[in-house]
Every structure is written in C-alpha cells, then in structure tokens.
Design a protein around this ligand. Structure first.
Ligand code: SF4
Ligand code: SF4
Length: 344
C-alpha cells in the first residue's frame, strides 16, 4: 500500500477536488450527535474523526429504497439511479463493519444493490478517533484497518498520513498531486506511534475477546438470556445502530389500480417478534430471550460465512439501548459480573 503525507490545511482543498468522483458526504453535527450528510457547505463538515449516530452502512445498505418499479408486466430496476459518492470521515471500526457486510452480500449470493452502492462509493477513512466511553474497538482488533477503504487519513495533529487503498483512491490523489508528498521519514513514523499510543491510553473499557466465543458456547442455557429478555423493550435501536446488522424485508407497494407499483426494501430487525414468524403462525424464536441470544451469538461468537464474531466494537449499542443491554453488560452478565472495566 502506498503511503503519502498531506499538510493539515490542504484537506479541504483536496475534498473539494474529490467532488468530481461523486457527491461529497461526511459527518455534520446535528444537536448533540454527528450524522452523515451531503456536504454542499464546507463549514458544516466535521474534519476531526468522530463516531456518527448511524454507521456508514446507512449509505451502502440504506434503511429503505426502491428495488424496482413495475407497470403491467414490465419492470425497471433502480440500479442505474444509484449515485456516485465520496464519503469522508469513516472510522476504522465502521470500515471493518463494511468488510463484514462485503463478505455477506458478495460471497455466495451477490446482492446487486449492495454491490453497486459499494462500488459507487469512495470510502475516505479517518483516525485516530478519541474513544468515547463505550468504544471497544481495541478489544475487537478493529481500531486499525488495512483494507476496505479508498483513502485513509491518519490525523497526526500537524499533518495527515494518507494510505492509498485502491486504484480509485490513487486516481483521486492524481487529481491534486501537488497536495501530497511521497517523502515519508522517521519523523512521520515517530509521530504516528506517538499519536497511536496517546489514543490507546484513552480507552476506558475492554473485553477479553480471546475467551468470549467459548464463554458464549458454554452459556447457551445461562439465565442471563431470560433476564435480558424480560428487560428488553423490543425497540430495535441496537440493530439500527450496529454497523454489521443487515436484516431486511421486501414489500410490494402497488398503486390503487394495482397496475403500477414499487418493490421496496426496508431494514428489518431480528429482535422483533414478527421477524421469525412463519406461515401457519409458528415462531422459531418466540421469546425475546431467544432472539437476543441469537443476536449476541452473531456479535460475540460467530456470524456469516466467516464464522467470526461480528461485533466491531463501535460502542453504539452501549450508548443507545435504553435499558442497558449491550455487548459489555451481556459479557459481564455471562461472566457473573466479573468482567472489569479497564484498558485493553
Ligand atoms: S454489537 Fe454493539 S459495539 Fe458491537 S458493533 Fe454492534 S453496535 Fe457496535
Ligand atoms: S436497544 Fe435494548 S431495548 Fe431496544 S431492542 Fe435492543 S436490547 Fe432491546
């Protein structure tokens, strides 16, 4: 991978030039949180690494969209209307989330809607973020990232190290070669290590992930599942904010004549009762305890084709769940309240 460096003050100019590759999106402040939005006014763009309310998955696997429109017996997909975008400000944990979704949506049953959006979206990652109270990326090994982006900006206070991760990223650099410098010296490496160490010392919580998949295996009949099942409000917020949740439903919405209509795709949620309801009225996961056990099995033990835990440690479930059900509290519960807070 090619690594360059860029002066801090040149980033805005570079992002301006990147607009020829698609609409520029990035984090903006909305009340007390940060959200991805289209950037028409540069003064709104937050350049520092921040965790957004919803992960970048909302732009690649959107909460709702049209798959196709039909008229009589003909139909037209919406693929050609998917815009090209350049998304700045994606933290490493969310890029790891995309890598997990890439595997799911690309490996055996390629999903053209996901793949087209992914290919038309340039990902410009950024670090080192300041960990929030719930950040667990260091425990999950997702605080650094080597793939899944087009460019990655390591914010080293006075300058950026810029990692070129794809040919598209290389093309973006070539538009303004005057803003990048090839000459990486010992000074750059030392600053990188200094900033990483400084960031690493700010983590306040950790999970020992070397044992958690085994703990999950041994906890199938743990009373913890019943206890959190009783508490859960079935609001679905944890699945909305999680970078690796991907369930969806497909609904036909005909016009009143029935002759024309749309086929739409919406995020679904495996914690909802109806999710596992099948024809005839059976429900394979009838209790919230069963559904939460499934969710945490995916996050902490094994998910998808890789068979690895799908939690990327973003901490969003910790900040979001109104009744304190999250990766940390579940692990604590399974360990009998013994998982201590502390640095990883
Ligand atoms: S399980 Fe929680 S901490 Fe892990 S990736 Fe999902 S939202 Fe983030
Ligand atoms: S956010 Fe909490 S209360 Fe809501 S569905 Fe998830 S676990 Fe249940």
């Amino acid at each position: 991978m090619r690594v360059l460096w860029m002066k801090k003050e040149d980033l805005r100019e570079f992002l301006e030039s990147s607009k020829q590759f698609g609409e520029l999106w990035g984090p903006v402040q909305k009340g007390e949180v940060y959200v991805y939005d289209k950037i028409d006014d540069f003064s709104r763009l937050i350049l520092e690494p921040k965790r957004t309310l919803l992960p970048v998955k909302k732009l690649i696997h959107p909460p709702e969209f049209n798959i196709l429109r039909y008229e009589g017996e003909t139909y037209k997909t919406e693929l050609e209307n998917i815009p090209r975008r350049v998304v700045y400000g994606v933290p490493p944990c969310d890029i790891h989330g995309l890598l997990i979704l890439d595997d799911l949506f690309r490996r055996y049953y390629p999903d053209p809607y996901y793949i087209t959006r992914r290919e038309r979206t340039a990902i410009l990652g950024v670090s080192f973020c300041t960990p929030t109270e719930g950040c667990l990326c260091k425990s999950m090994g997702t605080d650094v990232v080597q793939e899944g982006f087009d460019l990655f900006f390591s914010d080293l206070k006075d300058f950026y190290l810029v990692w070129v991760g794809s040919s598209l990223g290389d093309d973006m650099v070539k538009v303004r070669p005057d803003l990048f410098n090839n000459n990486i010296t010992r000074k750059h490496l030392d600053k990188f290590m200094e900033c990483k160490k400084e960031r690493d010392e700010k983590f306040t919580k950790s999970i020992d992930m070397t044992v958690i998949p085994d703990i999950m295996e041994l906890s199938y009949d743990s009373p913890v599942w019943e206890e959190i099942g009783e508490r859960c409000l079935e609001c679905g917020a944890c699945t909305m904010v999680c970078p690796t949740c991907n369930c969806y439903n497909v609904v036909d919405e005909p016009s009143i004549s029935g002759f024309t209509g749309e086929r739409r795709r919406y995020w679904d949620c495996c914690i909802f009762t109806e999710y596992s309801l099948v024809a005839g009225g059976d429900n394979f996961r009838a209790t919230r305890a069963d559904r939460l056990k499934l969710w945490y099995t995916h996050k902490l033990k094994s998910f998808g084709y890789s068979g690895k835990p799908a939690c990327v440690g973003c901490g969003r479930c910790i900040d979001t769940c109104p009744v304190d059900i999250n990766v940390l509290s579940v692990v604590r519960g399974l360990l009998g309240g013994k998982e201590k807070e502390g640095k990883s």
